[in-house]
Design a protein around this ligand. Structure first.
Ligand SMILES: *Cc1c(COP(=O)(O)O)cnc(C)c1O
Length: 351
């Protein structure tokens, strides 16, 4: 399908205008020279609404468009206490006059006397924040599931009072949300073509998989052969590929695209760059953050984009991405984490 056809499908779905699109895309001249590739950056950290945008805004345009169309007034969502997704959901709700309620698992425990980064912004924007601590004997996932149950009960109480609640899944990862990234892929192709280039590779950080699924849906829709390399920021079982491919296919179904399918084998994820764990920094990521900051004046974050950029650097330096390739780094945002707890930041500036 050509871009006009794809845009027609995208245009049929309810959508809230939240961000500033297209987000900028341009060449990083200095790093390109040093690395021996043509390196571009797609600035979804610059998506708006506020200074602290990121990749969740694209998803929220369709999710909250759906919520508005269904007449909902209260939006529930989930994440870690420093969740970028939760903060972006709050700002999107405020712009649309919806009420945001957050259930956040304290993966890193906030200091109530010194609230920082996204959690601070959630509070400034007046979100109703419920912090769910990880109890003795509970895993992070147990606490997450408990937070879903608590929110469900809360929603039932509000519904009984006549409210209409809308649940945005963690990371906005649903077929409705991923439509935003199918649109993002179309947007990138258009920008690259206008610059007279074609992307051989796209690198980005993957967490819930909603961004990856959307990008693959867009890629299939246009029949593109650009390789998408998704750097994991947390541990995932092999079933992640099948689930993400399913999500991409449900996204194509929401769009009403026929005759195209994403196979698990189309997905390329990499678990080699996230250790020691989610929200725990590593040296390669710190090096990547310093490199981009010092060579290009651009800020990455230690949880997502720093690890993805470190992965991309490794692929380029080891020749897994051949010299001379055209590479796009999709900046998904998150730099508020630079102002988060020390545990998240690590020793970024000790050198
Ligand atoms: C949420 C997030 C991601 C991962 O996106 P998913 O769609 O959840 O896979 C990447 N980078 C940043 C900065 C994020 O906040």
């Amino acid at each position: 399908m050509d871009r006009t056809g794809a845009k027609e499908l995208l245009g049929r779905l309810p959508k809230a205008e939240l961000g500033f699109y297209p987000t900028p895309c341009y060449k990083l001249e200095r790093l390109s020279g040093q690395l021996g590739v043509e390196l571009y950056i797609k600035r979804d950290d610059f998506s708006g609404i506020s200074l602290f945008g990121g990749n969740k805004i694209r998803k929220l345009e369709y999710l909250l468009g759906d919520a508005k169309e269904k007449g909902c007034d209260i939006i529930f969502t989930y994440g870690a206490t420093q969740s970028n997704h939760a903060m972006q959901t709050v700002s999107a709700c405020r712009r649309l006059g919806l009420i945001p309620v957050l259930y956040l698992v304290a993966v890193v425990k906030p200091d109530e006397e010194d609230i920082r980064a996204n959690l601070l912004l959630d509070r400034v924007m007046g979100a109703e924040v419920h912090i769910v601590n990880i109890e003795e004997g509970e895993t992070e996932q147990d606490a997450e599931e408990r937070s879903f149950r608590m929110a469900k009960e809360h929603m039932a109480r509000l519904e009984a009072q006549g409210h209409h609640c809308y649940e945005v899944p963690m990371g906005g990862a649903s077929e409705t949300g991923s439509v935003g990234f199918a649109g993002g892929f179309v947007e990138l192709e258009e920008q690259m073509e206008a610059m007279g280039v074609k992307a051989d590779y796209i690198f980005h950080a993957t967490g819930t998989g909603g961004t990856m699924a959307g990008l693959h849906a867009g890629r299939k829709l246009l029949g593109s052969d650009t390789e998408i390399i998704s750097i994991n920021v947390s541990h995932k079982e092999p079933v992640y590929l099948r689930k993400s491919a399913d999500l991409a296919n449900r996204t194509l179904a929401v769009l009403g695209a026929r005759g195209v399918e994403v196979e698990p084998g189309d997905l390329h994820t990499d678990l080699n760059y996230y250790l020691p764990g989610y929200e725990i920094p590593n040296e390669a990521s710190s090096e990547a953050i310093r490199l981009l900051a010092r060579e290009e004046g651009l800020l990455l974050d230690p949880v997502y984009s720093g690890k993805a950029f470190a992965g991309m650097l490794d692929y380029i330096r080891t020749g897994q991405v051949p010299a001379g390739s055209t590479v796009v780094f999709w900046h998904t945002g998150g730099a508020t984490a630079l102002f988060a707890e020390k545990e998240i930041l690590g020793d970024l500036v000790r050198r």
